[in-house]
Design a binder for this molecule. Structure first.
Ligand code: AMP
Ligand code: MG
Length: 407
C-alpha cells in the first residue's frame, strides 16, 4: 500500500495544468495568473510628492527650525493631476499636494504640518534635506522589470498591482469543472423525511462546499445507486467534467462498485488504497481522451474520511490544475493529550490549535471516528501521527497541518 506522501506525489505527477484564457480585471479574482507580471513603464511614473506640503530648495531650509523659520514666497500650487511645468524660483516655495508632480529643480517637500502659510508667503519651520518626501520616478520598479512570476493567485493586491500597471486584462489558468457523485441506496437529501435505515447525504454538500471555497462553482452533483448499471451511467455522465470526485462504494464491500466500473469504462487505475486513516480505500484514476486528461477520485463514504482525503489529496491536485503550487502550512505544536494507534497506517487526527504564552498547543478533538462529523467540525487542523508510530505522549512536539478550505 502506498504511503500518504507517495500517493500525493503520484497524484501530482498525473495532474494536468489547465489551459489559459485572458480575463478582465473584474473577472480575474480567484484565478491564478499564467504569465509574468512585467512593468510596462517606470513606477512611480514621475517624481511626485508623498505628502501635502511645500516644494523647496533644501539648501534654503537646512537651518530652519520652529524658533527660526525660513520665510519663502509662495510661487504657485501644483495639485495631483497637474502637469509639472513650473520651475522653482530662488527664495520661493511651491505648494505641492500628495501625488502631484514635483518639478525637476525641487529637491525637497516639507510637510504642511511643519509650515505656516500667511498671505503669499510660507514659513518653513523644520530643516529640509535633499530628496525629502519625494517619491522618485522608477524607485519601485523600472520598465521591463518582472514583478510577479506566473502561478500567483489573483487576490485583491495582485489585481491592484495589475491595475496600477495599466493592465485591463490578464492571462490566467482556467478552473477545472468538477462533478461530485454520492453513492449509496441509503442516502436522502437533507430536508426530506427519513425512512428506517436511511441517512442524510452529507458528503455531496460538504464536498461542494469545499469546492466552492476553492472558487470552483457550478459543480455537477450526481447520485448513483449501489448497482453496477447506475454506477456506470453516473460515472459516464460525470466524465463530462475535468475532475470526478465520487464518495462511497470504493471499499471492499459487496456493493462497492466504483473502482471496478471505473476500470470497465476505460479509466486507468493509478492506485487504490493508501496506508492512511481515515481514508484507506481512496481510489485515483485517469482517463486520457483527445489530448484531455480527466481525473477520477474515489473517496471513501464515511463523511470524515471523504473530507480529510479531499483536503489532503484532492485539494492539492485541484490547486495544481489551477496553476498554484501546493505548499501546505505545516507547523510544530505541543500535543496536550496522548494518542495511541497501531503501526502501519499514518493517521490524520483532527485537532484544535491554541496558544499558551507563545507556545502552539494542539488538542485532539472529541469524536475521532470517521463517521463523527462533530469532531472535524470543531477542528482546525490535522495532527500527523506518523505511519510506524504507536504512541504520542502529552507534551510531545507534533506536526500539524491547518485545515484550510481556501486556496
Ligand atoms: P461506503 O464506503 O459506501 O460503504 O460508505 C461508508 C459509510 O459512509 C457508510 O456508513 C455510508 O452510509 C456512509 N456514507 C456514504 N456516502 C455518504 C454520504 N454521501 N453522506 C453521508 N454518509 C455517507
Ligand atoms: Mg455505500
Amino acid at each position: 500500500m502506498l504511503t500518504y506522501e507517495e500517493a500525493l506525489q503520484e497524484i501530482l505527477a498525473y495532474v494536468p495544468l489547465m489551459p489559459t484564457k485572458r480575463l478582465t480585471l473584474d473577472t480575474l479574482p480567484g484565478f491564478v495568473i499564467s504569465e509574468p507580471v512585467v512593468a510596462n513603464f517606470d513606477m512611480p511614473l514621475f517624481d511626485n510628492s508623498a505628502v501635502d506640503g511645500f516644494g523647496v530648495f533644501s539648501s534654503d531650509d537646512q537651518l530652519a527650525s520652529e524658533s527660526e523659520p525660513c520665510k519663502l514666497t509662495l510661487q504657485a500650487t501644483i495639485q495631483a493631476g497637474d502637469h509639472a511645468s513650473h520651475a522653482l524660483k530662488p527664495n520661493s516655495a511651491l505648494k505641492i499636494l500628495t501625488g502631484a508632480p514635483v518639478p525637476d529643480n525641487v529637491d525637497a517637500v516639507v510637510m504642511k504640518e511643519f509650515t505656516e502659510e500667511s498671505n503669499s508667503s510660507v514659513f518653513i519651520k523644520c530643516s529640509a534635506s535633499p530628496g525629502m518626501n519625494i517619491r522618485r520616478k522608477g524607485e519601485e520598479f523600472q520598465a521591463g522589470q518582472t514583478i510577479l512570476e506566473p502561478g500567483v493567485l489573483a487576490n485583491a493586491s495582485v489585481i491592484g498591482l495589475l491595475a496600477t500597471l495599466g493592465y485591463s486584462s490578464f492571462s490566467a489558468y482556467k478552473k477545472p469543472s468538477v462533478a461530485v457523485i454520492s453513492t449509496g441506496n441509503e442516502l436522502v437529501q437533507p430536508g426530506q423525511s427519513l425512512k428506517p435505515g436511511q441517512i442524510y447525504d452529507s458528503n455531496s454538500f460538504a464536498l461542494s462546499a469545499a469546492l466552492s471555497s476553492l472558487g470552483l462553482l457550478g459543480i455537477d452533483k450526481l447520485h448513483a445507486e449501489d448497482n453496477p448499471n447506475d454506477t456506470r451511467k453516473t460515472l459516464r455522465k460525470a466524465l463530462n467534467a475535468d475532475v470526478v470526485i465520487s464518495c462511497g462504494g470504493v471499499s471492499v464491500g459487496d456493493y462497492d462498485f466504483v473502482k471496478d466500473i471505473a476500470e470497465e469504462i476505460g479509466i486507468k487505475t493509478v492506485f487504490w488504497r493508501i496506508a492512511i486513516k481515515p481514508g484507506k480505500p481512496v481510489y485515483f484514476g485517469i482517463l486520457d481522451t483527445n489530448n484531455v486528461r480527466k481525473l477520477v477520485f474515489g473517496l471513501p463514504g464515511n463523511p470524515v474520511s471523504a473530507l480529510v482525503t479531499f483536503h489532503q489529496l484532492v485539494k492539492p491536485a485541484l490547486m495544481k490544475m489551477m496553476g498554484l503550487s501546493y505548499q501546505p502550512l505545516r507547523l510544530t505544536a505541543k500535543l496536550t493529550a496522548p494518542l495511541k494507534k497501531q503501526a502501519g497506517r499514518m493517521e490524520f487526527v483532527r485537532g484544535k490549535l491554541t496558544t499558551d504564552g507563545g507556545q502552539l498547543l494542539v488538542s485532539p478533538a472529541k469524536g475521532q471516528d470517521s463517521h463523527m462529523m462533530g469532531g472535524i467540525a470543531k477542528a482546525d487542523c490535522l495532527i500527523y501521527f506518523p505511519l510506524e508510530s504507536q504512541l504520542l505522549n502529552a507534551g510531545d512536539p507534533v506536526t500539524v497541518e491547518q485545515l484550510n478550505w481556501t486556496l
